[in-house]
Design a protein around this ligand. Structure first.
Ligand code: 3PY
Length: 301
């Protein structure tokens, strides 16, 4: 069946109705057992295909703890997603079985990171191992973190990050892998995390000066810290190599209980010419697959 990407749009405004999408997705699930009464719109909501849009969509496994990786991979592939985020090498065979890639490979812990030199040896070892495993598959991204400040001032923390990255970037460049430092909020979820604003992160990317080091711009985390999401992306997209989504507040579904309007955000990202990965990272509170289908659908732009 062909998918009319505009079928969930408000005719007057051209904007996607998130409530409409959610209702359609739920209706779609129920309708599968009542074939004769299946409505066209419910069928369309079920048949989400991310590949019909410009963004390469992905999803984070840790947000779906009740599903196995195998189960999530089946659903992700059926929705046209390209891969799954934040996994380790033992997970790779399951992804490959379903034609998926690991869109972001894990390395060192989030709180014990590069801004604090006491963790450099551990981080460097883990980053190098992750780069090797990622490049062996022909994949692209490894996540890194600033870690928590623990009293280290921001300038010293930045210099420490630059020092550590100088030791791993040459191998990443050679392997064709990009190290991506995640921007996280320090207000609600990760108190004391140093890379908690785009200005600091962008300055770090400039100082590192390699195409193989970028920022993972997490839309939920940056909404908490600074807002102004679309303008920030439009003005700084060259420093951003990966995106994460979630509703704010709550970090749940991209629905109308939260304040971010994802279709225009996704469109703004697509219009920067972004060809990396755009990964959903929300904690579902309702049917997880209906929520994921709705999120994917909203971001088909
Ligand atoms: O742990 C978090 O809050 C993250 O966003 C990791 O990607």
């Amino acid at each position: 069946m062909s998918i009319d990407k505009n079928s969930n749009r408000n005719q007057a405004s051209g904007e996607v109705s998130r409530r409409g999408l959610m209702m359609a997705a739920v209706a779609g699930a129920a309708a599968s057992t009542v074939a004769s009464s299946v409505s066209a719109s419910a069928e369309e909501a079920k048949a989400v295909d991310a590949k019909t849009g410009r963004l390469n969509q992905s999803v984070c496994k840790w947000c779906f703890p009740k599903m196995s990786l195998e189960e999530l991979a089946v659903e992700a592939a059926a929705m046209g997603m390209v891969g799954i985020d934040l996994l380790d090498p033992p997970d790779f065979p399951t992804l490959k079985k379903h034609g998926l890639v690991c869109t972001m490979v894990q390395s060192h812990p989030l709180g014990n990171g590069l801004c604090d030199s006491q963790f450099h040896d551990m981080c460097i070892e883990k980053i190098n191992a992750a780069v090797e495993a990622t490049s062996a598959e022909g994949w692209k991204n490894v996540i890194v973190f600033s870690g928590n400040a623990r009293g280290i001032d921001r300038e010293t923390g930045m210099k420490n990050c630059v020092d550590a990255l100088a030791k791993v970037i040459p191998a990443a460049e050679k392997a064709g892998v990009t190290l991506q430092m995640e921007l996280l909020n320090s207000k609600v979820n990760h108190p004391d995390y140093m890379c908690d604003n785009s200005k600091w992160g962008i300055e770090l990317v400039k100082r590192v000066g390699s195409d193989n080091f970028k920022l993972l711009y997490d839309i939920y985390h940056m909404q908490i810290m600074e807002g102004d999401i679309i303008r920030t992306i439009q003005e700084n997209h060259q420093y951003f190599g990966h995106y994460h989504t979630a509703g704010n507040p709550g970090r749940h579904e991209l629905d109308d209980s939260q304040e971010l309007l994802y279709p225009p955000i996704a469109k703004a990202i697509a219009e920067t010419g972004f060809d990396g990965y755009f990964a959903h990272e929300f904690l579902p509170v309702r049917d997880p697959i209906a929520g994921l289908r709705d999120a994917v659908s909203q971001c088909i732009v």
